[in-house]
Design a protein around this ligand. Structure first.
Ligand SMILES: [Zn+2]
Ligand SMILES: [Zn+2]
Length: 290
């Protein structure tokens, strides 16, 4: 990693994370997050390892912590049942939730961890940046909006393909095990589905980075976090009067994706509604799974 503090020698001589953080503090222009970022890379002194640790920890912490509000909602039906979309179904049992956690952890460690370890060399190959300072908020926001649109398009077509009989049986059936989804089921999918749909999340930043040289790892982490939140919320099984879809009508949200799990048909995109219903003439309906 390129240090822009001109203190690489001092950094190597120090050992603790807090000493490195104090050293980064010598540059008054850095934000708290930038100081922590620099200290992290200096501490590990191995960029592949440092990127892997940030990425994997962010994924685990964000995934399971975003599921906690939905676990609480399922545990308090007296308060939240009136917001449940499939209100004729019982909330998931503790046994259901626990078996889902175990499966997701296995997928995270066996499928996603190797992809995360490979991400740093891929990121360097595609010209993504990871040195401080971070890009400005406007750049981050515009790039994330592009990633949302491109991922949604990729997701729509691949998801439709997954509903073609042979692919459904070989790959996508696992994700449809829960006809009434709950937050934790967002990443409940076969390893092949995790890898193929995951390409739609990490591919757009790599391609944009390759052509512009202006994509930063921090933007990728923020994008992946928002995409995780979107997927977990879409599987929550709850729709509130303050849900995003009511403010932003193009947004699918839980109401949209819950129907896909309930009826096995339609609503194939991940975030937005605009693709759905426009390409019925290309439908392989007779081969799709009802
Ligand atoms: Zn599906
Ligand atoms: Zn789903």
């Amino acid at each position: 990693m390129e240090f822009n503090l001109n203190s690489t020698v001092a950094a190597q001589a120090t050992t603790t994370y807090s000493e490195l953080f104090a050293l980064a503090g010598q540059n008054p222009k850095l934000s708290l997050l930038e100081k922590a970022w620099w200290s992290h890379y200096a501490y590990w002194d191995n960029d592949i390892l440092a990127t892997g640790i940030i990425t994997f920890l962010a994924h685990e912490i964000l995934y399971f912590s975003r599921c906690i509000p939905w676990i609480i909602a399922d545990a308090l039906p007296g308060v939240f049942h009136r917001y449940k979309i499939q209100d004729n179904k019982a909330p998931p049992s503790v046994k259901d939730q626990w078996s889902c956690v175990k499966y997701i952890l296995a997928i995270h460690f066996i499928v996603e961890l190797p992809m995360i370890v490979l991400f740093h060399p891929m990121m360097e190959f595609f010209g993504l940046k990871y040195a401080i300072p971070f890009p400005d908020l406007k750049t981050i926001a515009i790039q994330i909006a592009i990633f949302f649109f491109v991922e949604d398009t990729y997701h729509y077509w691949l998801h439709r393909a997954f509903h073609w009989g042979p692919l459904y049986r070989a790959v996508h059936r696992v994700h449809h095990q829960y006809a009434a989804p709950f937050g934790l089921t967002a990443e409940y999918a076969s390893p092949w589905e995790t890898m193929l749909l995951g390409l739609g999340t990490i591919g757009p930043p790599l391609v944009l980075g390759y052509f512009t040289g202006e994509v930063h790892l921090m933007t990728v982490l923020a994008w992946v976090a928002l995409r995780q939140f979107q997927a977990i919320d879409a599987h929550s099984g709850y729709d509130f009067p303050w849900s995003l879809r009511r403010i932003f009508p193009l947004w699918g949200g839980s109401d949209w994706h819950d129907d896909h799990h309930r009826y096995f048909r339609g609503n194939y995109s991940s975030s937005f509604k605009h693709w759905d219903g426009k390409f019925e003439f290309l439908s392989f309906e007779k081969f799709e799974v009802r």
